[in-house]
Design a protein around this ligand. Structure first.
Ligand code: AMP
Length: 284
C-alpha cells in the first residue's frame, strides 16, 4: 500500500494506471475510519483493479461554528485498517495543496441542497462538491463509492456527476450499523456513555416510522409526531429536522402514495453531537 501526500504524484500514478487500462475504484473519506468506510473499501477492492482511499478533513464543508478543528483524527489506525482491506493507495493531501493561496473555484449544486442538511449547514454541500470534484480529477476514478448514511450527499454527488458530464460511476452502499442499530459514524466517538445509550433512539424512531407505514399510516405528520415522541424520551436529544421525502428529489411529502419510495431522514443533536440517519421505505 502506498501513501501519497502530493496531488501531482497521485495524478501521475492515476495517469499511468489509465494507460494500463486499470479500473480505478475510489473511496473519499474524512478518516477516523469505521466499518461503514470499510464496507465501501471492501466493495471497491472486489469490483476494481486498483482502490484509492482519500483521507482529508475538508475545511470548506464545515461552517464557522462547526467541529472542523476537533473532528476526530487517527491516521495511524486508519492506515492499518486500509492495509487490512488491501487498499492500494491512500491519498492524504495537505490543505495548502488543495486550497493554495489565490484559490477561487467552487462547485455548487442548486435545488436539492436547499433542504434537510443543506438548510441547516449553509455552504456545506458546496464544500463537499468542490472537494469531491477535485478528488475525482486527481484520482481519475472510474467508480466512486459513497454511503447511504449521507443520503442527501449521495444524491447531490450523483446530480453533480450527471450535470457536469463526469465520466465515472457513483455507487451508493447501505448504512452499516452498530449491533443496537446506531448508524456508524466518526462523530459517535464524541458521545458520552449516557448519550451513546440514548443515540439508539434515532434508528428506533426510523424503525417506528417504517412500521407505521406498513400499518397503512399515510399521513406523514402523524408519523413524524410519533418519531418526535420517541426521541423526547432522551434528555439529550434536540431534533434539528425530521422529514419524509421523495427518495429521488427530496421533496417533502404530506400524504404517502402507494407504489412510491420514500426516504425518512433525521438530524438530531445528542447533547452537542450532531447525528444523522435515514431509512428507505417502499410504500405498498
Ligand atoms: P466521512 O468520512 O464521514 O466523510 O464518510 C466517508 C464515506 O463513508 C461517505 O460516503 C459516507 O456516506 C460513508 N459512510 C459513513 N458512515 C457510514 C455508515 N455507517 N455506513 C455506510 N457508509 C458510511
Amino acid at each position: 500500500m502506498k501513501i501519497i501526500h502530493s496531488a501531482a504524484e497521485m495524478q501521475e500514478i492515476a495517469r499511468q494506471l489509465k494507460i494500463q487500462s486499470k479500473i480505478i475504484g475510489f473511496v473519499p473519506t474524512m478518516g477516523y475510519l469505521h466499518k461503514g468506510h470499510l464496507s465501501l473499501m471492501s466493495r471497491s477492492v472486489k469490483d476494481c483493479d486498483v482502490t484509492v482511499v482519500s483521507i482529508y478533513v475538508n475545511p470548506m464543508q464545515f461552517g464557522p461554528k462547526e467541529d472542523f478543528k476537533k473532528y476526530p483524527r487517527d491516521i495511524k489506525t486508519d492506515l492499518k485498517l486500509c492495509r487490512q482491506q488491501n487498499v492500494d493507495y491512500v491519498f492524504i493531501p495537505k490543505d495548502a495543496q488543495i486550497y493554495p493561496k489565490g484559490y477561487m473555484t467552487e462547485v455548487q449544486v442548486k435545488g436539492i441542497t436547499d433542504s434537510l442538511c443543506g438548510k441547516f449547514r449553509p455552504g456545506h454541500f458546496t464544500g463537499v462538491c468542490t472537494i469531491v470534484s477535485k478528488l475525482f480529477n486527481i484520482v481519475k476514478a472510474d467508480i466512486a463509492y459513497f454511503g447511504q448514511k449521507d443520503a442527501q450527499q449521495a444524491l447531490v454527488i450523483k446530480k453533480m456527476v450527471k450535470d457536469l458530464h463526469m465520466s465515472l460511476k457513483i455507487k451508493v452502499l447501505p448504512i452499516i450499523r452498530e449491533p443496537d442499530g446506531l448508524a456508524m459514524s466518526s462523530r459517535n466517538a464524541y458521545l458520552d456513555d449516557k448519550q451513546r445509550q440514548d443515540a439508539v433512539l434515532l434508528s428506533q424512531a426510523l424503525k417506528k416510522a417504517k412500521q407505521l407505514i406498513e400499518q397503512k399510516q399515510r399521513k406523514t405528520a402523524k408519523i413524524i409526531f410519533q418519531m418526535k415522541r420517541l426521541l423526547s424520551q432522551s434528555e439529550f436529544a434536540t431534533i434539528e429536522y425530521i422529514a419524509i421525502v421523495d427518495a429521488d428529489h427530496l421533496s417533502e411529502i404530506k400524504q404517502l402514495k402507494a407504489k412510491t419510495k420514500v426516504l425518512i431522514v433525521l438530524a438530531v443533536y445528542m447533547g452537542r453531537v450532531r447525528l444523522i440517519d435515514n431509512i428507505l421505505v417502499k410504500v405498498d
